[in-house]
Write a protein that binds this ligand. Structure first.
Ligand SMILES: [Zn+2]
Length: 469
């Protein structure tokens, strides 16, 4: 045996090796503790680029159900860094996993273990991403998946569950209610529990994110992670700690946990220096993937933040939306709101002088923006607005079109939908030129227009205002 299951809170060592992962003494999620000094581990290349290449520091799994999880890119985001004022930002792009979220790493281990133990049915309470992952891996393993979701679940994630043929049960307003309902289902002993908050394999799967980061860049100065129940930030922290235990790295990064202002219990606990007890709060955020009122793993999240000399911060939904757009516009990466919260937090921490502009920072981009319908709706609404003259000023539309590269009067007139005279378009262009927002050049008997720096600045400001109000 190269590992034991130990309670990180009371130290109790479990006599069983799963799949019941809650400490029988205090109810905390048990932790896999390996015999690190006797593991011969290194980052030598193997044929696998997925999580299974780290099998020496993963629990034993006999039959692997894999869809190619892990091995995601660590992208250098130079343009985003420049906009925010940092030298470089590294984005760990988990949207490129099989079901477009980091949860595939956990689902692969849990569904494989369920198969090893001979289960035919799996139950999972989820805000969406893990439910979609479990549904996909169960489809591959030919196991029945029962996914319990709260009413506020992104439609893109639900669609994934349905197409993978999972049984979807809607229960309660938030994940907190779904978690209670799962306990009732588990009185039927034929179910394997793949709920993140109840299963230590979640942390084992997700810690491989840190292995991949260190393999690519060594130890970052900061790692910024969105927090819901708090398990994800702890997973990454455990990954770094294990590498240190095996003498692969010396220094550890500072961990930053981010929550949405509308629901930020762990941040409040961090600021109040409390380890437990949740204040009653009204919840209101669109970052549904991290909407958890009573975070089951807050103890672990706070441990990661405190032991790493890190920090917990909250960001507003408006900041999240702006960050989401900035990320897409500068790096071509469309992330879900929870992921964009890491960029918003980074910007705040830089302005407050907590993070230095020369620091190496990794932001965890947990899942794709295509899963979140309200984001899609907002973007399409905004996109459509541009083609409607009445909903936005013509001058703003002209600035926007010039920003996209449309360049001369007749072309602009066509792009504006022709329900305005061409003379009026030239009149607007003259006025914009007088205000030095655009400039023109004659080329082959045609007058070409382009945005000035001032024009770009004004356009950015206007767009920000539209987004905010
Ligand atoms: Zn315990």
């Amino acid at each position: 045996m190269t590992y034991i299951l130990k309670c990180p809170k009371c130290g109790n060592v479990s006599k069983e090796m799963g799949p019941n992962y809650l400490c029988e003494k205090c109810g905390t999620l048990l932790e896999y503790v390996y015999d690190y000094k006797n593991i011969d581990f290194n980052f030598e290349p193997t044929r696998n680029s997925n999580i299974w290449r780290y099998e020496k520091i993963l629990p034993n799994i006999r039959r692997r159900i894999t869809l190619g999880e892990g091995g995601t890119p660590l992208k250098i985001a130079e343009d985003l860094a420049r906009k925010i004022g940092l030298k470089t930002i590294f984005l760990k792009d988990e949207t490129l996993n099989p079901t477009n979220s980091f949860r595939d790493r956990a689902a692969a281990l849990m569904v494989s273990q369920a198969l090893d133990y001979g289960y035919k049915k799996i139950v999972c309470a989820s805000n969406g991403n893990l439910g979609a992952s479990i549904a996909a891996y169960c489809a591959k393993a030919h196991i029945h998946a029962k996914i319990i979701v709260p009413k506020a679940t992104h439609i893109g994630k639900l669609a994934q569950m349905f197409i993978y043929d999972a049984e979807v049960v809607e229960k309660g307003e938030t994940l907190d209610d779904s978690l209670i309902f799962v306990k009732r289902i588990l009185t039927d002993k034929n179910f394997y529990d793949a709920t993140a908050e109840h299963n230590s394999l979640t942390i084992e799967g997700q810690k491989t994110i840190s292995f991949e980061i260190v393999e690519k860049m060594g130890t970052p100065d900061w790692v910024i992670v969105p927090m819901g129940s708090g398990g994800t930030i702890y997973s990454l922290w455990k990954g770094f700690i294990e590498l240190r235990e095996m003498d692969i790295l010396e220094n550890l990064p500072h961990m930053v946990g981010v929550q949405a202002e509308g629901c930020s219990p762990i941040v409040k606990m961090f600021l109040n220096k409390k380890d437990s007890g949740f204040e009653k709060m009204s919840i209101n955020t669109q970052a549904l993937a991290i909407l958890v009122k009573n975070p089951a793993n807050s103890f672990l999240a706070l441990k990661a933040i405190k032991n790493s000399n890190g920090i917990a911060v909250a960001v507003s939904d408006n900041q999240i939306m702006l960050a989401e757009k900035l990320l897409a516009k500068t790096e071509g990466l469309f992330a879900e709101p929870a992921s964009a919260s890491t960029i918003a937090a980074l910007s705040n921490l830089l302005n407050e002088g907590i993070i230095d502009k020369s620091d190496n920072v990794v932001c965890l981009i947990t899942a794709s923006g295509l899963k979140a319908p309200y984001v899609l709706e907002a973007i399409i609404r905004r996109g459509k607005k541009i083609s409607f003259r009445k909903s936005l000023g013509v001058k703003l539309q002209i600035l926007k079109l010039l920003d996209m590269g449309v360049s001369y009067g007749y072309e602009l007139w066509k792009a504006l939908g022709k329900d305005i005279s061409i003379q009026a378009v030239y009149q607007h262009l003259n006025e914009l030129e007088e205000k030095e927002l655009v400039k023109s050049d004659w080329k082959e008997r045609r007058k070409y227009y382009q945005l000035t720096e001032k024009g770009k600045h004004v356009l950015n400001l206007l767009e920000t205002l539209i987004l905010l109000f």
